[in-house]
Design a protein around this ligand. Structure first.
Ligand code: SAM
Length: 245
């Protein structure tokens, strides 16, 4: 997979794209990044990339010429050009999986009050990472990259992300590691039992419990068996404040 990022702050991308799982994916040849500085297409002696908004108002707007010059060469066959924008479709696990299926993403990072409206004609999708506004598109682009790259085959074990929250439509069950008792808090005995069937059943029940308590909206679309529905009915009848056993 190739991911290009179009930005006026290339230095913001350097550390995260070379570190940890993403860095290893690059070293292993699974993902390749290109970071493109919009400013090299800036106008005039000062390489200006922004200007005052027509109609007046606060702040500056990114001019179309430098952005067009930076984005046009990336619009090759098979590329998906994505504008990071608060007005875009919300980034979800489902969208991340769809984007992970693309062999080439080009992410466009806005700054200031955003991009000149005409830049939207060059993009295939617009993506928001949530209902809040950041100062620029670089952190949103990194969030998108992180969630997409971990889904690229070979980057992490498939079993590892298939069980994660949202992948199955539910939140993940509680996780424990050593020690068996910490500050008087024991690990649920079933997890020490070595009985895989019981562990699986416990995990499914606790995933259902957690989802019911924290994100009941997810249950409307989750793929639930008859056994899951029976477990949920039981959980609804009993106190949802019970700690997992
Ligand atoms: N004036 C814009 C608005 O109200 O929608 C906000 C502009 S914001 C300060 C500057 C840039 O940050 C945007 O062009 C976009 O690239 C990025 N950005 C900010 N919040 C974002 C979000 N929630 N998701 C994706 N990108 C975001």
């Amino acid at each position: 997979m190739r991911i290009d990022v179009v930005t006026i702050f290339p230095e913001l991308l350097e550390g995260p794209l070379g570190t940890s799982i993403i860095g290893r994916a690059v070293e292993g040849g699974l993902v390749e990044f290109g970071v493109h500085d919009i400013r090299i297409h800036g106008l005039g002696r000062h390489r200006s990339v922004d200007d005052y908004p027509y109609g007046g108002g606060a702040g500056m707007v990114m001019r179309p010429e430098p952005l067009f010059a930076a984005i046009q060469p990336l619009r090759t066959a098979g590329a998906t050009v994505v504008l990071m924008d608060p007005a875009g479709e919300r980034l979800t696990d489902q969208l991340a999986r769809a984007l992970a299926g693309s062999s080439h993403l080009a992410l466009v990072c806005g700054r200031y009050e955003g991009v000149d409206e005409r830049v939207r004609t060059l993009v295939d999708r617009e993506v928001s990472i949530g209902d809040y506004v950041l100062t620029g598109g670089e952190l949103p682009a990194l969030v998108l990259i992180d969630t997409v790259v971990r889904l690229v085959p070979g980057v992490i074990a498939e079993a590892s992300h298939e069980g994660d929250s949202f992948a199955s439509g539910l939140l993940e069950y509680p996780q424990y590691t050593r020690p068996e008792v910490f500050e008087g808090l024991p690990v649920p005995p079933v997890l020490l039992s070595g009985h895989h069937g019981e562990v699986d059943r416990w995990r499914r029940r606790e995933a259902l419990r957690r989802t019911l308590e924290r994100r009941p909206d997810l249950l409307d679309t989750a793929d639930l068996s008859d056994a899951d529905q029976a477990t949920l009915a039981k959980l609804r009848r009993t106190s949802m404040a019970d700690p997992p056993r």
